[in-house]
Write a protein that binds this ligand. Structure first.
Ligand code: GTP
Ligand code: MG
Length: 197
């Protein structure tokens, strides 16, 4: 079992509110609606732990989930949606960026990409920022249930090739579905290896 007990710890609307960096953290980043909150729920096996919604911009704070007092999963606001230039949206997107830049206990970022669409320009910008900050990340292709098996594997290979020269990229791309659970056990195992938990 991944965690006996997963609980919502805290949601931060301001960078000053971040909890003490006293446990290893794994963060989930990516475009709005790509499935970050849903992936956290699938990993811990609790449907309603992180709030997911079809409306982009659902997650507006940096949300911390505690796993057995040993590890934290961090759900970040999404980037790259149409209203992103507006004040409120910009504020919570900047918050996610600030968290990613300066967190000493951050072990790895999972950068989520919709398996149907692949890497977009905004994702490339996010990868550039992570490489520059030397924050280790692994790409997760989400919503694998929406495409045929062969297509998923092709996208996985193309994505791996596209990031292969990036210094902070983990040399494997995950393919998951929070809907039917494909790839979730493998991702749990990867998180446990990355954090030593
Ligand atoms: P923001 O908080 O707005 O940044 O979005 P998010 O990345 O947290 O996405 P969220 O988990 O809220 O999911 C967005 C929508 O995609 C919801 O309607 C989910 O039900 C759906 N979704 C998420 N993961 C999957 C998946 O693996 N398969 C399918 N079919 N739908 C998914
Ligand atoms: Mg969310």
């Amino acid at each position: 079992l991944f965690a006996r007990q997963a609980t919502f710890m805290l949601g931060c609307a301001k960078i000053e509110q971040l909890p003490e960096p006293d446990l290893p953290e794994i963060a989930f980043a990516g475009r709005s609606n790509v499935g970050k909150s849903s992936l956290i729920n699938a990993l811990v096996g609790m449907k309603g732990l992180a709030r997911a919604s079809n409306e982009p911009g659902r997650t507006r704070e940096v949300n911390f989930f505690d796993l057995d007092g040993k590890l934290r999963l961090v759900d970040l606001p999404g980037y790259g949606w149409a209203k992103a230039s507006k004040g409120e949206v910009k504020r919570f997107q900047n918050l996610g960026r600030d968290y990613l830049r300066g967190r000493v206990t951050l072990k790895r970022v999972y950068l989520l990409i919709d398996a149907r669409h692949g890497l977009k320009a905004v994702d490339t910008e996010a990868l550039d920022a992570l490489d520059l900050a030397a924050v280790s990340y692994q790409i997760v292709l989400t919503k694998a249930d929406k495409l045929k098996k062969g297509e998923g594997e092709r996208m996985r290979e193309a994505t791996l090739k596209a990031v292969s020269k990036r210094p902070a990229a983990f040399p494997e791309v995950a393919l998951t579905s929070s809907e039917d659970g494909d790839g979730i056990p493998e991702l749990r195992a990867a998180i446990m290896t990355a954090t030593g938990v």
